[in-house]
Design a protein around this ligand. Structure first.
Ligand SMILES: *[C@@H]1O[C@H](CO)[C@@H](O)[C@H](O)[C@H]1NC(C)=O
Ligand SMILES: *[C@@H]1O[C@H](CO)[C@@H](O)[C@H](O)[C@H]1NC(C)=O
Ligand SMILES: *[C@@H]1O[C@H](CO)[C@@H](O)[C@H](O)[C@H]1NC(C)=O
Ligand SMILES: *[C@@H]1O[C@H](CO)[C@@H](O)[C@H](O)[C@H]1NC(C)=O
Ligand SMILES: *[C@@H]1O[C@H](CO)[C@@H](O)[C@H](O)[C@H]1NC(C)=O
Ligand SMILES: *[C@@H]1O[C@H](CO)[C@@H](O)[C@H](O)[C@H]1NC(C)=O
Length: 233
């Protein structure tokens, strides 16, 4: 009797700890490995060659908006993104943002992912209503995703769900290739200390309280309709 209840007590005190501390990467959490190239929607946006030229900070614009993530077995990631942000009060002020970044990721014990950039990431912002309507700037922000899951969709195959720092889901991405299509995982442009322009826009972002994931906060313009953005993606 005593032994049984002690055992139960032990279980009761251990169980919650186990659940809150360590994510188990099994087939329920992730039906396949994270390694590979993933892309949302019509798969028009992809990592790897054909999207960004980090050396001269140019993009080849894809036909559709979307997002693509790649992960290697040895801890590297790459992200390509292209999206439009709506503006509730000025419906004609639609901002276009295209971005590319790569770096090293860490799978944390609590199930989150931390992505630390190498320093050669960049983005182009087109905002018809802003004083400067089209500019390119460095993008070097550490991103945190609080959770990730991979399910198997009966028709579309493996589907990756990433959840932002605030818990909001990104558009689901489908497995395009189990071997990641990525640009070389080294610094692809010589970078110096962050420029004044980059600094200013970073300060703007921190004013929004969203440094954890600058991208989702509408980048340099500091404007975002998160709901609209995720609908479009
Ligand atoms: C994901 O899940 C599979 C089995 O479902 C496992 O073999 C793999 O190591 C897991 N972890 C990662 C990080 O992908
Ligand atoms: C940038 O680099 C790419 C790849 O090397 C090249 O095709 C493109 O012409 C370059 N663009 C400019 C504007 O220099
Ligand atoms: C999860 O772990 C990471 C890395 O240790 C940490 O930065 C983050 O705050 C943790 N998140 C929660 C919700 O505990
Ligand atoms: C980019 O961010 C990383 C991580 O915070 C940092 O180590 C690196 O120096 C930064 N590079 C530039 C060019 O700002
Ligand atoms: C960076 O600069 C060094 C020294 O000038 C040069 O050897 C290297 O090739 C450059 N790297 C890139 C990616 O341009
Ligand atoms: C909408 O556009 C106006 C005019 O450019 C701008 O002042 C305002 O900050 C924008 N609002 C949002 C939520 O993006």
């Amino acid at each position: 009797m005593i032994i049984t209840s002690l055992f139960a007590l032990a279980l009761a005190s251990f169980a919650p700890v186990a659940y809150s501390q360590d994510i188990v990467y099994d087939s329920i959490h992730n039906a396949t490995t994270l390694t590979g190239t993933w892309s949302s929607g019509s798969r028009g946006v992809m990592t790897g060659a054909g999207f960004a030229n980090p050396a001269n900070m140019t993009f080849t614009y894809p036909k559709t908006t979307g997002v693509s993530f790649s992960f290697t077995d040895d801890g590297f990631y790459e992200i390509s993104r292209y999206r439009f942000n709506g503006n509730g009060s000025e419906p004609t002020c639609i901002t276009g943002v295209i971005g590319w970044v790569h770096g090293k990721y860490t799978l944390n014990a609590n199930g989150s992912i931390t992505m630390v950039p190498l320093g050669d990431g960049f983005q182009q912002v087109q905002d018809p209503c802003a004083a400067v309507s089209n500019f390119i700037e460095p993008y070097n922000i550490t991103e945190t995703y609080v959770q990730w899951r991979i399910f198997q969709d009966p028709t579309q195959g493996f589907k990756l769900h990433l959840f932002q720092f605030d818990g909001a889901p990104l558009a689901p991405q489908f497995l395009v290739s189990p071997s990641p299509n990525m640009l070389p995982t080294t610094l692809l442009r010589n970078t110096s200390a962050p420029t004044t322009v980059a600094k200013r826009s970073l300060e703007k972002r921190s004013g929004n309280g969203a440094v954890a994931n600058g991208w989702t906060m509408g980048a340099a313009a500091g404007m975002v309709v998160a709901g609209v953005a995720s609908l479009i993606l």
